[in-house]
Design a protein around this ligand. Structure first.
Ligand code: F6P
Length: 517
């Protein structure tokens, strides 16, 4: 059987019929620690699942998983390994070799993070000034992870307020600076490469602001860098002691477990940060050891592959039913689309299967009143991933029950639709819900650091699985380079007509318009 045959066989079988199969239900529901995932509203049956496992076998998923666990250099186009899981490992978890050295480097860096967090919170910034505000200046993987964590995790230690500046649009930096006191502000410049234009320009703005207000020495006490390019950070003016390391073997979008979490640890405490890592570690252990058929990241990766390849669904909607997870869709956009938005295989040959889906989403229940109409009745079928939290962090139980009832109702409505048509109703066609629209429900016992760590590690590994199934490298990102390069060429054209005259006619017309105002 091929995936296409399975898809054809299942085309007219209703989810209500599929759901009656108990063996299928057992294989599609899985608990790992604080996470419970139910894939039983996906349009697969047991036979299709077996075909997917055969696809995984053919793609040598088990061998790639071993290679990944052992720290082999899987990022071939950049000549690097992808060792981000060593950041949350303990020495006993990892084999000798690159993983062991990475784990040792990570432990050392983590101690430095801990020392700085304690020192800044206990001793402040000198002259009796406490740390009241922390500004994380970074973009992409140097922003989205800490931003997600900050909103997701309740603050038991009432640490400093955490702010994020990412885009080069200076409205954000200017508005923020107007609210800050330089004497009590710490600025963390997060850039693995220390070449990223947005971060360098925004960083300069903050460094100049601190220097103008407090002088060079006081500025230096307040500015930190998290980078793999310590030399560039020091040239920029950051004190070497205050440069915390990351390494080439951590991709930006996989880096929140490293010193990239420094600003989060400052605001939420080092223990909270460690608990996040522990949760991720549990998911790593599950991913690297559980049989493929009972492996949560694998099962999710197979279902995603099915939806894209067999069912030809091109996008996926992510809807957390918890405002604290507001930034999850954006985080997953980078994780999944930057990792797997590729058109060629490892060996450079065009890939003959669809790769990353378009990820989009919003928070429930707001999203129900925005785009759910199209999810229920639009001409495109979009698989939805619902994320719910069983125990809220507030005491308004009635609210929470309504929230969860909405999550459950939306998933059921998408699956089963509504065939109670009243033939006398002239609007029957408009009111009809066809159903058979797939969704997954992921439930976290509570939004603890451990559960969030496990969830994010689950997504990371699932993205890896999806990449293996289509034979692409999920760890490079050449596709972001061209636009950056062209922006450099276009910059002079905004202030010089001669420079503009060499550009393409459409850009020239746009620049003329900009310059005329
Ligand atoms: O958008 C491209 C990218 O390289 C991402 O992969 C990365 O997370 C982001 O830019 C920021 O890079 P850096 O941490 O080097 O500033």
């Amino acid at each position: 059987m091929s995936l296409a045959d399975d898809a054809e066989r299942l085309r007219d079988i209703a989810l209500s019929v599929l759901s009656a199969d108990l063996e299928r239900g057992q294989r599609l529901r899985l608990r790992v620690g604080p996470l419970y995932a139910d894939f039983s509203r996906q349009l697969v049956d047991v036979a299709a699942l077996d075909t997917l496992l055969a696809v995984a076998d053919h793609a040598e998923l088990a061998r790639f998983r071993r290679a990944f666990a052992d720290g082999e250099p899987l990022n071939t186009t950049e000549g690097r390994a992808a060792l981000h899981h060593s950041l949350r490992a303990r020495a006993d978890d990892v084999p000798e070799g690159s993983m062991r050295s990475a784990q040792a480097a990570a432990t050392e860096a983590s101690s430095r993070v801990q020392v700085w967090v304690r020192r800044l919170l206990d001793e402040g910034l000198g002259e009796s000034q406490p740390v009241r505000d922390v500004v994380n200046v970074g973009i992409g993987g140097s922003d989205l992870g800490p931003r997600l964590l900050d909103a997701a995790i309740a603050d038991p230690i009432h640490g400093p307020r955490l702010h994020f500046v990412s885009s080069i649009d200076a409205h954000r930096a200017a508005d923020l600076i107007a609210t800050l006191d330089p004497a009590t502000t710490v600025v963390v410049l997060v850039s693995k490469s220390f070449h990223t234009e947005e971060t360098l320009l925004n960083g300069r703005l903050f460094v100049d602001w601190l220097t103008a207000a407090l002088g060079e020495a006081a500025m230096q006490r307040r500015v930190f860098a998290v980078t793999a390019n310590v030399e560039a950070a020091q040239r920029f003016g950051v004190d070497g002691e205050r440069c915390l390391p990351i390494w080439e073997w951590v991709g930006g979008r996989y880096s929140l477990w490293s010193a990239v979490g420094f600003s989060f640890a400052l605001a939420h405490g080092i223990d909270t940060f460690r608990r996040l890592l522990d949760g991720a570690r549990e998911m790593d252990r599950h991913f690297f050891s559980a049989p493929l058929a009972q492996n949560l990241p694998v099962l999710r990766g197979l279902i995603e592959h099915w939806n894209r390849v067999a069912r030809e669904f091109r996008s996926r909607c992510v809807v957390p039913y918890d405002v604290r997870l507001t930034h999850l869709p954006a985080y997953l956009q980078q994780l999944e689309m930057e990792s797997n938005g590729k058109s060629v295989r490892h060996d450079g040959v065009p890939v003959d299967l669809p790769t990353a889906p378009i990820i989009w989403g919003g928070v429930g229940t707001d999203a129900q009143h925005a785009f759910f109409q199209a999810l229920h009745q639009g001409t495109q079928v979009v698989p939805v991933e619902f994320i719910g939290i069983i125990q809220p962090a507030h005491r308004h139980d009635a609210h929470h029950r309504v929230l969860l009832a909405n999550l459950l109702a939306q998933s059921a409505a998408l699956a089963y639709g509504d065939d109670t048509r009243d033939s006398d109703d002239p609007l029957a066609a408009h009111k009809h819900h066809g159903g058979n629209r797939p969704s997954t429900v992921i439930l976290l016992d509570a939004l603890t650091p451990e559960a969030l760590g496990a969830l994010l590690a689950m997504y990371e590994h699932s993205v890896f699985v999806e990449a293996c199934l289509v034979g692409i490298n999920p760890f490079d990102q050449w596709g972001v380079e061209l636009g950056k390069r062209i922006a450099k060429d276009f910059l002079p054209a905004l202030s010089s007509e001669t420079a503009a005259s060499t550009l393409d006619p459409v850009t020239q017309a746009l620049i003329r318009e900009i310059r005329s105002r």
